[in-house]
Design a protein around this ligand. Structure first.
Ligand SMILES: [Ca+2]
Ligand SMILES: [Ca+2]
Length: 281
Protein backbone atom coordinates (compact mmCIF):
# COMPACT_ATOMS: atom_id res chain seq x y z
CA UNK A 1 0.00 0.00 0.00
CA UNK A 2 2.78 2.36 0.90
CA UNK A 3 4.36 1.75 -2.46
CA UNK A 4 1.11 2.62 -4.13
CA UNK A 5 1.05 6.02 -2.46
CA UNK A 6 4.67 6.48 -3.35
CA UNK A 7 4.10 5.78 -7.00
CA UNK A 8 0.97 7.88 -6.96
CA UNK A 9 2.99 10.81 -5.72
CA UNK A 10 5.63 10.15 -8.34
CA UNK A 11 3.06 10.18 -11.07
CA UNK A 12 1.69 13.47 -9.84
CA UNK A 13 5.18 14.95 -9.79
CA UNK A 14 5.96 13.51 -13.18
CA UNK A 15 2.84 14.89 -14.76
CA UNK A 16 3.26 18.32 -13.28
CA UNK A 17 6.91 18.40 -14.26
CA UNK A 18 6.15 17.42 -17.81
CA UNK A 19 3.43 19.99 -17.86
CA UNK A 20 5.72 22.79 -16.81
CA UNK A 21 8.55 21.61 -19.09
CA UNK A 22 6.40 21.67 -22.16
CA UNK A 23 4.43 24.76 -21.41
CA UNK A 24 6.97 27.27 -22.65
CA UNK A 25 5.14 30.08 -24.31
CA UNK A 26 1.89 28.91 -22.86
CA UNK A 27 0.84 31.74 -20.65
CA UNK A 28 -2.71 30.49 -20.32
CA UNK A 29 -1.69 27.81 -17.87
CA UNK A 30 -4.33 27.44 -15.28
CA UNK A 31 -2.89 28.31 -11.87
CA UNK A 32 -4.63 25.31 -10.44
CA UNK A 33 -3.86 24.33 -6.94
CA UNK A 34 -1.78 21.24 -7.00
CA UNK A 35 -3.33 19.10 -4.36
CA UNK A 36 -0.45 16.76 -3.92
CA UNK A 37 -1.18 14.82 -0.83
CA UNK A 38 1.80 15.45 1.37
CA UNK A 39 0.29 13.31 4.07
CA UNK A 40 0.08 10.27 1.88
CA UNK A 41 2.88 8.61 3.77
CA UNK A 42 0.65 8.07 6.78
CA UNK A 43 -0.35 4.71 8.13
CA UNK A 44 2.75 2.65 8.55
CA UNK A 45 0.25 -0.10 9.44
CA UNK A 46 3.03 -2.39 10.44
CA UNK A 47 4.04 -1.33 13.93
CA UNK A 48 6.52 -4.05 14.49
CA UNK A 49 10.12 -3.19 13.96
CA UNK A 50 12.59 -5.98 14.14
CA UNK A 51 15.31 -5.54 16.79
CA UNK A 52 17.98 -5.76 14.08
CA UNK A 53 16.69 -2.65 12.40
CA UNK A 54 16.77 0.10 15.00
CA UNK A 55 16.34 2.83 12.39
CA UNK A 56 12.78 2.93 11.11
CA UNK A 57 13.38 6.39 9.70
CA UNK A 58 14.79 5.31 6.35
CA UNK A 59 11.72 5.42 4.14
CA UNK A 60 13.08 3.79 1.03
CA UNK A 61 16.31 1.88 0.52
CA UNK A 62 16.21 2.63 -3.18
CA UNK A 63 17.14 6.27 -3.81
CA UNK A 64 17.87 5.92 -7.51
CA UNK A 65 16.08 8.45 -9.70
CA UNK A 66 12.86 7.17 -11.18
CA UNK A 67 12.76 6.83 -14.92
CA UNK A 68 9.61 8.56 -16.21
CA UNK A 69 9.29 5.87 -18.86
CA UNK A 70 9.17 3.20 -16.18
CA UNK A 71 6.51 5.05 -14.24
CA UNK A 72 4.40 5.35 -17.38
CA UNK A 73 4.91 1.69 -18.17
CA UNK A 74 3.49 0.79 -14.78
CA UNK A 75 0.24 2.46 -15.74
CA UNK A 76 -0.33 0.39 -18.87
CA UNK A 77 -1.13 -3.29 -19.20
CA UNK A 78 -0.57 -5.21 -22.40
CA UNK A 79 -2.31 -8.53 -22.85
CA UNK A 80 -1.95 -10.75 -25.90
CA UNK A 81 -5.17 -9.26 -27.28
CA UNK A 82 -5.91 -6.11 -25.30
CA UNK A 83 -4.28 -2.93 -24.03
CA UNK A 84 -5.50 -0.97 -21.02
CA UNK A 85 -4.27 2.40 -19.80
CA UNK A 86 -4.70 4.31 -16.62
CA UNK A 87 -6.19 7.65 -17.71
CA UNK A 88 -3.01 9.36 -16.48
CA UNK A 89 -0.70 7.07 -18.50
CA UNK A 90 0.26 9.91 -20.81
CA UNK A 91 3.21 12.22 -21.30
CA UNK A 92 0.91 15.01 -22.44
CA UNK A 93 0.38 18.00 -20.14
CA UNK A 94 -2.84 17.41 -18.21
CA UNK A 95 -3.83 21.05 -18.65
CA UNK A 96 -7.57 21.09 -17.84
CA UNK A 97 -7.64 17.49 -16.71
CA UNK A 98 -7.19 17.13 -12.96
CA UNK A 99 -5.54 14.05 -11.53
CA UNK A 100 -7.54 12.98 -8.48
CA UNK A 101 -6.08 10.44 -6.07
CA UNK A 102 -7.20 8.76 -2.89
CA UNK A 103 -7.29 11.34 -0.11
CA UNK A 104 -8.27 14.21 -2.42
CA UNK A 105 -11.60 15.91 -1.72
CA UNK A 106 -12.97 15.00 -5.15
CA UNK A 107 -12.00 11.34 -5.01
CA UNK A 108 -14.87 9.22 -6.34
CA UNK A 109 -14.96 6.08 -4.23
CA UNK A 110 -18.63 5.80 -3.37
CA UNK A 111 -19.02 2.49 -5.15
CA UNK A 112 -17.99 -0.90 -3.85
CA UNK A 113 -15.21 -0.93 -6.39
CA UNK A 114 -13.49 2.44 -6.28
CA UNK A 115 -11.15 4.00 -8.80
CA UNK A 116 -8.66 1.49 -10.15
CA UNK A 117 -5.19 2.19 -8.79
CA UNK A 118 -6.82 4.88 -6.66
CA UNK A 119 -6.71 7.51 -9.40
CA UNK A 120 -8.96 9.14 -11.96
CA UNK A 121 -8.86 12.17 -14.25
CA UNK A 122 -11.59 14.78 -14.16
CA UNK A 123 -12.08 17.22 -17.02
CA UNK A 124 -12.48 20.74 -15.65
CA UNK A 125 -12.85 22.75 -18.88
CA UNK A 126 -15.80 23.70 -21.09
CA UNK A 127 -19.20 23.19 -19.42
CA UNK A 128 -21.15 20.10 -18.40
CA UNK A 129 -22.96 19.98 -21.74
CA UNK A 130 -20.25 20.40 -24.32
CA UNK A 131 -17.42 22.48 -25.72
CA UNK A 132 -14.49 22.24 -28.12
CA UNK A 133 -11.90 19.45 -27.97
CA UNK A 134 -9.60 20.64 -25.19
CA UNK A 135 -6.49 19.36 -23.44
CA UNK A 136 -5.56 16.45 -25.71
CA UNK A 137 -3.91 13.49 -23.97
CA UNK A 138 -1.90 11.06 -26.07
CA UNK A 139 -1.59 7.32 -25.39
CA UNK A 140 1.00 5.44 -27.43
CA UNK A 141 0.81 1.69 -27.81
CA UNK A 142 1.76 -1.22 -30.03
CA UNK A 143 -1.06 -3.52 -31.07
CA UNK A 144 -0.46 -6.96 -29.53
CA UNK A 145 -2.55 -8.77 -32.17
CA UNK A 146 -4.19 -8.15 -35.53
CA UNK A 147 -7.93 -7.69 -35.22
CA UNK A 148 -10.92 -5.44 -34.75
CA UNK A 149 -10.33 -3.62 -31.48
CA UNK A 150 -13.17 -2.04 -29.56
CA UNK A 151 -12.73 0.99 -27.30
CA UNK A 152 -14.35 1.42 -23.88
CA UNK A 153 -13.56 3.54 -20.84
CA UNK A 154 -14.66 3.66 -17.22
CA UNK A 155 -16.65 6.84 -16.57
CA UNK A 156 -18.13 8.64 -13.59
CA UNK A 157 -20.44 11.62 -14.22
CA UNK A 158 -20.03 14.08 -11.38
CA UNK A 159 -23.40 15.64 -12.18
CA UNK A 160 -23.91 17.90 -9.18
CA UNK A 161 -27.62 18.03 -10.05
CA UNK A 162 -27.29 18.33 -13.84
CA UNK A 163 -29.26 16.16 -16.30
CA UNK A 164 -28.13 12.62 -16.94
CA UNK A 165 -26.68 13.42 -20.37
CA UNK A 166 -24.23 15.94 -18.95
CA UNK A 167 -20.61 15.32 -18.00
CA UNK A 168 -20.67 12.07 -19.94
CA UNK A 169 -18.35 12.40 -22.90
CA UNK A 170 -14.88 13.06 -24.28
CA UNK A 171 -13.42 13.39 -27.78
CA UNK A 172 -11.33 10.62 -29.32
CA UNK A 173 -9.11 10.18 -32.35
CA UNK A 174 -6.62 7.57 -33.56
CA UNK A 175 -3.42 7.88 -35.58
CA UNK A 176 -1.38 5.11 -37.19
CA UNK A 177 -1.79 2.33 -39.71
CA UNK A 178 -5.42 1.41 -39.08
CA UNK A 179 -8.78 1.33 -40.83
CA UNK A 180 -12.27 1.54 -39.44
CA UNK A 181 -13.75 -1.79 -38.36
CA UNK A 182 -17.35 -0.60 -38.35
CA UNK A 183 -19.59 0.56 -41.18
CA UNK A 184 -20.98 3.26 -38.90
CA UNK A 185 -17.81 5.36 -39.11
CA UNK A 186 -15.26 6.01 -41.81
CA UNK A 187 -11.55 5.79 -41.10
CA UNK A 188 -11.48 9.56 -41.47
CA UNK A 189 -14.19 9.87 -38.79
CA UNK A 190 -11.94 7.92 -36.44
CA UNK A 191 -8.90 10.04 -37.32
CA UNK A 192 -10.78 13.21 -36.36
CA UNK A 193 -11.98 14.32 -32.94
CA UNK A 194 -15.23 12.43 -32.47
CA UNK A 195 -17.59 12.59 -29.51
CA UNK A 196 -17.46 9.41 -27.40
CA UNK A 197 -20.14 9.11 -24.73
CA UNK A 198 -21.65 6.80 -22.16
CA UNK A 199 -23.35 6.70 -18.79
CA UNK A 200 -22.13 6.58 -15.26
CA UNK A 201 -24.74 8.68 -13.51
CA UNK A 202 -23.17 9.59 -10.17
CA UNK A 203 -21.52 6.19 -10.20
CA UNK A 204 -18.82 4.36 -12.12
CA UNK A 205 -20.17 3.16 -15.47
CA UNK A 206 -18.79 3.20 -18.98
CA UNK A 207 -18.12 5.13 -22.17
CA UNK A 208 -18.98 2.91 -25.13
CA UNK A 209 -20.51 4.86 -28.04
CA UNK A 210 -19.34 7.29 -30.64
CA UNK A 211 -21.63 10.08 -31.79
CA UNK A 212 -21.21 11.86 -35.09
CA UNK A 213 -18.99 11.37 -38.08
CA UNK A 214 -20.09 11.74 -41.68
CA UNK A 215 -23.21 9.59 -41.19
CA UNK A 216 -24.11 10.96 -37.76
CA UNK A 217 -24.27 7.56 -36.13
CA UNK A 218 -24.31 6.59 -32.49
CA UNK A 219 -22.45 3.35 -32.38
CA UNK A 220 -19.49 1.46 -30.91
CA UNK A 221 -15.96 2.45 -31.92
CA UNK A 222 -13.92 -0.26 -33.64
CA UNK A 223 -10.49 -0.11 -35.24
CA UNK A 224 -8.71 -2.65 -37.43
CA UNK A 225 -5.27 -2.77 -35.83
CA UNK A 226 -2.19 -4.65 -37.01
CA UNK A 227 0.08 -6.62 -34.69
CA UNK A 228 3.36 -4.82 -34.07
CA UNK A 229 2.20 -1.46 -35.41
CA UNK A 230 2.44 1.56 -33.16
CA UNK A 231 -0.64 3.73 -32.65
CA UNK A 232 -1.28 7.03 -30.95
CA UNK A 233 -4.71 7.38 -29.41
CA UNK A 234 -5.80 10.85 -28.28
CA UNK A 235 -8.49 11.66 -25.74
CA UNK A 236 -9.52 15.31 -25.35
CA UNK A 237 -11.92 16.93 -22.92
CA UNK A 238 -15.49 17.68 -24.02
CA UNK A 239 -17.83 17.97 -21.04
CA UNK A 240 -16.87 19.33 -17.65
CA UNK A 241 -16.97 16.94 -14.67
CA UNK A 242 -16.54 13.83 -16.81
CA UNK A 243 -14.22 11.50 -14.88
CA UNK A 244 -12.21 8.80 -16.63
CA UNK A 245 -10.61 5.99 -14.64
CA UNK A 246 -9.05 3.89 -17.42
CA UNK A 247 -9.13 3.24 -21.17
CA UNK A 248 -9.39 -0.26 -22.69
CA UNK A 249 -8.86 -1.50 -26.25
CA UNK A 250 -9.64 -5.17 -26.83
CA UNK A 251 -9.64 -7.59 -29.74
CA UNK A 252 -13.29 -8.49 -30.34
CA UNK A 253 -12.53 -11.86 -31.91
CA UNK A 254 -11.25 -13.12 -28.56
CA UNK A 255 -12.84 -11.00 -25.87
CA UNK A 256 -16.32 -9.84 -24.89
CA UNK A 257 -16.65 -6.91 -22.52
CA UNK A 258 -20.00 -6.05 -20.98
CA UNK A 259 -20.92 -2.39 -21.21
CA UNK A 260 -24.08 -0.33 -21.00
CA UNK A 261 -25.69 2.65 -19.34
CA UNK A 262 -24.63 2.78 -15.72
CA UNK A 263 -22.95 -0.61 -16.03
CA UNK A 264 -19.61 -0.54 -14.25
CA UNK A 265 -17.15 -2.08 -16.71
CA UNK A 266 -14.70 -2.79 -13.90
CA UNK A 267 -17.22 -4.72 -11.82
CA UNK A 268 -18.83 -6.56 -14.72
CA UNK A 269 -15.68 -7.81 -16.39
CA UNK A 270 -12.66 -9.84 -15.45
CA UNK A 271 -10.03 -8.04 -13.39
CA UNK A 272 -7.36 -8.74 -16.01
CA UNK A 273 -9.00 -6.09 -18.19
CA UNK A 274 -8.14 -3.37 -15.71
CA UNK A 275 -4.72 -1.69 -15.57
CA UNK A 276 -3.09 -3.75 -12.86
CA UNK A 277 -0.10 -1.55 -12.08
CA UNK A 278 2.12 -4.58 -12.31
CA UNK A 279 5.43 -2.78 -11.85
CA UNK A 280 4.38 -2.00 -8.34
CA UNK A 281 3.52 -5.46 -7.06
CA1 LIG B 1 -7.42 4.86 -12.37
CA1 LIG C 1 -23.49 14.82 -23.08
Amino acid sequence: MKKKYYLSALVVCLLFNLSSCSSDGDTSVDPETEEVDENATDDPTDEEVSPETPDPETPDPDPEPTDPEEVLDCLKTFGTNYVVFEAEATESPLDQWELISKGDAGYLDKESLGPINETHLEFTGNNQGSGPATSPLEYVFTAPSTGAYKLVMRLYQRLEGAEEDKSNDVYIRMAGNFTTATDKYTTEDLETDLKFFGRGVDQWGGVYSGDGGAAHNKSAILYNLIEGEEYTFTMSGRSKNANIDYILFYDTKDITIQTGANKDIAELNDAQYRPDWDCNQ
